[in-house]
Design a protein around this ligand. Structure first.
Ligand SMILES: NC(=O)c1ccc[n+]([C@@H]2O[C@H](COP(=O)([O-])OP(=O)(O)OC[C@H]3O[C@@H](n4cnc5c(N)ncnc54)[C@H](OP(=O)(O)O)[C@@H]3O)[C@@H](O)[C@H]2O)c1
Length: 280
């Protein structure tokens, strides 16, 4: 099974399918990531907030793969937006992972109600990490259109990626279109809505018709829209199942039926980025 690469606006590329490690216990992370690497995943999405960067690094080293063969993303935690704090946090991320660089480093949340709404200085600090080569690409997460517009007006670097909640019940079309127009890759977090969309009758019907699992149908819908996904699972059979989505295709009519499941804001499962102000 070969996973397509998506070209980023800075000349780097990212595997369209990866493995997410949110809510995996630190003690269990190395094992889960090892299973994923065995299956063939070459892209891991972690964050300082998840507390498991160390396990990600351990599994990659234990796999015997070259560092350059695995795409690694991490994220700046909410307590560290102030530039000096961000610099220290990024150093800690590299230490935890045990790597000299990450492939992609993101501002985890914009936190527009904290730090006087100043995510711009935070972004300028990430520009330093890109300039010194310790983050090959830099991007953001949970940024709304107005946040992206501010970065465009006040800084020199367009984010390579914007990682947002996106699944059949919250299709986040406004942000998705802005990303596309501005050359920002969209990464869809909670791509199967943590399982909530899997029992939808439309998904069930399509899965029966194409002879695939519900999760495979939803993940296939994501990749046919060009989104980057990294489903999380600690279950080896599911880790494998979620990887097997590049040997079939949904017909346009089935893609449209899933498009029709959008519930807008009512479909959101996580926090609203305009209000979210949690500092761990
Ligand atoms: N930037 C952000 O703010 C943000 C926020 C949330 C997530 N993320 C990223 O996005 C990744 C994925 O999102 P997520 O972890 O929230 O949710 P998700 O990938 O949509 O769903 C994970 C849940 O679905 C279950 N599952 C996985 N594969 C399945 C399958 N084939 N059949 C049935 N159930 C299945 C998992 O159970 P088991 O593990 O028990 O198998 C787990 O409970 C995260 O790991 C993280 O990397 C980013």
């Amino acid at each position: 099974m070969s996973v397509p690469n998506i070209e980023l606006n800075d000349g780097h590329s990212i595997p369209q399918l990866g493995f997410g490690v949110f809510q995996i216990d630190p003690e269990e992370t190395a094992r889960a990531v090892s299973v994923a690497l065995d299956v063939g995943y070459r892209h891991i999405d972690t964050a300082e907030m998840y507390g498991n960067e160390k396990g990600v690094g351990e599994a990659i080293r234990a796999s015997g793969l070259n560092r350059g063969d695995v795409y690694v993303t991490s994220k700046l935690n909410n307590g560290f937006h102030e530039p000096d704090e961000a610099r220290r946090a990024f150093d800690r991320t590299l230490t935890e992972l045990g790597f000299e660089y990450v492939d992609l480093f993101l501002i985890h949340w914009p936190l527009p109600t904290l730090y006087d709404g100043d995510f711009v200085s935070t972004w300028k600090t990430l520009e330093e990490f890109k300039a010194d080569g310790r983050s090959r690409s830099i991007g953001v997460s949970n940024f709304q259109v107005e946040h992206l517009e501010r970065l465009a007006a006040e800084t020199d670097t367009v984010p390579a990626a914007n990682q947002i909640e996106l699944h059949p019940y919250l299709q986040n079309r406004e942000v998705r279109s802005y990303d596309e127009e501005e050359g920002i890759a969209t990464e869809a977090w909670s791509p199967i809505a943590q399982g909530e969309v899997l029992d939808d009758p439309v998904v069930t019907e399509i899965a029966e018709k194409v002879g695939r699992t519900h999760a495979q149908v939803v993940l296939r819908w994501q990749v046919q829209h060009g989104n980057i996904v990294f489903p999380k699972s600690v279950t080896p059979e599911r880790i494998r199942e979620n990887f097997e989505i590049f040997d079939f295709e949904l017909e346009p009519g089935d893609v449209e039926r899933i498009d029709g499941l959008d519930r807008g804001e009512a479909g959101r499962t996580g926090p609203n980025p305009d209000q979210f102000a949690y500092v761990p």
